[in-house]
Design a protein around this ligand. Structure first.
Ligand code: ADE
Length: 228
C-alpha cells in the first residue's frame, strides 16, 4: 500500500516515522511520500492561494500548483484513489477505512484556507477516482489532521501491520456496535471490582455478557448506529 500526501505543511507528517505505521514503513508494508505544494509554484513568494472569484471572505487555493503536484504524484500509478479531506465530503467510517485498505495507491490532497479551486477536483476526476471525505461534522483549519486520522485508520487494516489480526475483530464499529468494556488485573482496584462473570471461566457466558454490554452501550451513546 502506498500513501502520497500533498500539503503545505510536510513537517506535520514526520510523526508517521514512529509507532506502528513507522514500523510498517520500515518493513515495506506501507510506503509513504510527502510532497510540498509550494515546490510546484513558480513565483518568488511560492504563492498557493488567491482571492475568490465572486468575492467573499478568505482565500482559495490556486489550481496550477495542485495540477503540477498531482501530475507528478499520479504519473506512476495505474488506478489511484485521490482523497481530498473536506467538511463538505462524505463522512469517514470504519467501513470506508476497510474498503480503502485494499487499495494499492491512495493520494491525499490537503486543502487550507477556504478550500481548493473546484476545477482541481473536476480535472483530477478525469484521471483518478476522487473522493471528498470529512472526518465529522465540525471544521478543522485544514486537511492535515484529517489525513493523519485516515492514514492511521486505513494503515492498521493493511494485512501484517497489526501483529495480531484478531485484535482488529472485536473493536468498536467493526460489527456496527461499540466495543465492550475491558478489564485486567487486579480484580479489585480502589473499590471497583471486575464484573464477576469475567472471572467465571465460562466462555459462553462471557461472550453473551460482552454482547449485551455492546448493545447497551451503543443504545445509550450512539442510538443512530442501532437505527442503521
Ligand atoms: N478540513 C476541514 N474540516 C474538515 C473535516 N471535518 N474533515 C476533513 N477535512 C476537513
Amino acid at each position: 500500500m502506498r500513501f502520497d500526501i500533498v500539503t503545505i505543511f510536510p513537517e506535520f507528517f514526520e510523526i508517521l516515522d514512529i509507532s506502528l505505521l513507522g514500523r510498517a514503513r520500515q518493513t515495506g508494508l506501507i510506503e509513504l511520500g510527502v510532497y510540498n505544494l509550494r515546490d510546484y509554484t513558480h513565483d518568488r513568494h511560492r504563492t498557493v492561494d488567491d482571492t475568490p472569484y465572486g468575492g467573499g471572505a478568505g482565500m482559495v487555493m490556486k489550481p496550477e500548483p495542485w495540477g503540477e503536484a498531482l501530475d507528478e504524484v499520479l504519473s506512476p500509478s495505474a488506478d489511484p484513489v485521490v482523497i481530498f479531506p473536506s467538511p463538505a465530503g462524505e463522512v469517514f467510517t470504519q467501513k470506508m477505512a476497510r474498503e480503502l485498505s485494499a487499495e494499492e495507491h491512495i493520494v491525499f490532497g490537503c486543502g487550507r484556507y477556504e478550500g481548493i479551486d473546484q476545477r482541481v477536483f473536476d480535472h483530477t476526476a478525469e484521471r483518478a477516482r476522487v473522493r471528498l471525505v470529512s472526518l465529522g461534522d465540525y471544521v478543522l483549519n485544514g486537511g492535515e489532521v484529517a489525513v493523519m486520522a485516515m492514514i492511521e485508520a486505513i494503515g492498521r487494516l493493511v494485512p501484517g501491520v497489526v501483529g495480531n489480526p484478531e485484535s482488529l475483530v472485536d473493536e468498536s464499529h467493526e460489527d456496527g456496535l461499540l466495543e465492550y468494556p475491558s478489564y485486567t488485573k487486579p480484580a479489585s482496584w480502589r473499590g471497583h471490582d471486575v464484573p464477576p462473570i469475567l472471572l467465571s471461566g465460562n466462555h459462553g457466558a462471557v461472550d453473551a455478557w460482552r454482547r449485551e454490554q455492546q448493545v447497551e452501550r451503543t443504545r445509550r451513546v450512539r442510538p443512530d448506529l442501532l437505527a442503521d
